[in-house]
Design a binder for this molecule. Structure first.
Ligand code: NAP
Ligand code: ZN
Length: 349
């Protein structure tokens, strides 16, 4: 089946309309009519080959929501018409220690929703900036939010789970002081989720203009990280910091905010490394610097249900597919509150 998509033909080319092929659904496949797809900063890194190794054409998009169109003969969990989502993972080995633990995100053979290996044409996966996608049912998520919120649910499939998973792993709870560094797509979800888990949340931003907005998202306090005296007022006080910044930066000022045994988890994935942090900043207070990548499929379902029960969705700005290149430029300037979402209906026109 041929469907309309938006993608790039080379790292230095803008995204453009293109026709792509989708496989005929196999016995365990779910074919989804994509309604909306969120725009993650990883899409920019990947489409421009900033992490190297991007295969072209590259159709990004791993914050996918829509309705089931058809299901394969052996699909038991979904039926046509169901509201569903697909995140960053469309396949994995299904039998390693990580897959058995429901942590498909850490499977060595995890296949990304785009730029991953597949026998399907053109030999690598193509993502959600497209009208349809066909995915093995194991990697399809059920959406229990009201349909009216569907577009704002899309960013939960990456920004939501990438922030939820570390907050859960490091057991964030009431009484904890939690910092969220970088208030973009991931960071704004980090604030909402940490707030919903009962933590005292401090937004750490480089943007003076986000002070009021971060409070509206649920932050208890806001620190403009460029202001040394504001940072100093929070020294040695955080249990956990989630760092979502998409660019290399000095980690030491944030490590110095952790109290004894505190952890900063990096989820931002800049194209070039951060400067190496000072060893003494870590050893003096037995602090931990850690990393985390998206989340497993069961945890993604748990996050979606957690958000549905509490009415949590992303703050979005809807765009047409042909506005994507302009949207990327705005994201690079931090000029989005807080996630662009493509209306897939615009792909048809
Ligand atoms: P985004 O919406 O563009 O937000 C990034 C935020 O970082 C900006 O809003 C800005 O917040 C802050 N920032 C500070 N200095 C910056 C600079 N020089 N350039 C860019 N941003 C700067 O990005 P996102 O979609 O949240 O993604 C953030 C990062 O996480 C990306 O690197 C992405 O690839 C990565 N990611 C990782 C995973 C994972 O599994 N670990 C999953 C998804 C995404 P302030 O204005 O508040 O300072
Ligand atoms: Zn993403």
């Amino acid at each position: 089946m041929t469907v309309k998509a938006y993608g790039a033909r080379a790292s230095d080319r803008p995204l453009e309309s293109m026709d792509i092929a989708r496989r005929v659904p196999g016995a365990h496949d779910v074919q989804i009519a994509v309604a909306y797809c969120g725009v993650c900063h990883s899409d920019i890194h990947q489409v421009r080959s900033e992490w190297a190794g991007t295969l072209y054409p590259c159709v990004p998009g791993h914050e996918i929501v829509g309705r089931v169109a058809t299901v394969g003969a052996h699909v038991s969990g979904f039926k046509p018409g169901d509201l569903v989502g697909v995140g960053c993972i469309v396949d994995s080995c299904k039998h390693c220690e990580d897959c058995d633990a429901g942590l498909e995100n850490y499977c060595d053979q995890m296949v990304g929703t785009y730029n991953g290996p597949t026998p399907d044409a053109p030999g690598h996966t193509l993502g959600g900036y497209s009208q349809q996608i066909v995915v093995h049912e194991r990697y399809v998520l059920r959406i229990r939010h009201p349909e009216a919120q569907l577009a704002a649910v899309a960013p939960l499939l990456c920004a939501g789970i990438t922030t939820y998973s570390p907050l859960r792993h490091w057991k964030v709870k009431p009484g904890h002081k939690v910092g969220v560094v970088g208030i973009g797509g991931l960071g704004h979800m980090g604030i909402k989720l940490a707030h919903a888990m009962g933590a005292h949340v401090v937004a750490l931003t480089t943007s003076e203009s986000k002070r009021e907005a971060a409070l509206a998202l649920g932050a208890n306090e806001v620190v403009v990280s460029r202001h040394a005296e504001e940072m100093a007022a929070h020294a040695k006080s955080f249990d956990f910091i989630l760092n979502t910044v998409a660019a290399p930066h000095d980690l030491d000022p944030f490590i110095s905010l952790l109290k004894r045994d505190g952890t900063m988890a990096l989820v931002g994935a800049p194209a070039t490394p951060h400067p190496s942090p000072q060893v003494f900043g870590l050893i003096m207070k037995r602090r931990t610097l850690a990393g985390s990548m998206i989340g497993g499929i069961p945890e993604t379902q748990e996050m979606l249900d957690f958000c549905a029960e509490r009415g949590i969705v992303a703050d979005i700005e809807m765009i047409r597919a042909d506005e994507i290149n302009e949207a990327y430029e705005r994201m690079l300037k931090g000029n989005v509150k807080y996630r662009f979402v493509i209306d897939s209906a615009s792909l048809a026109t």
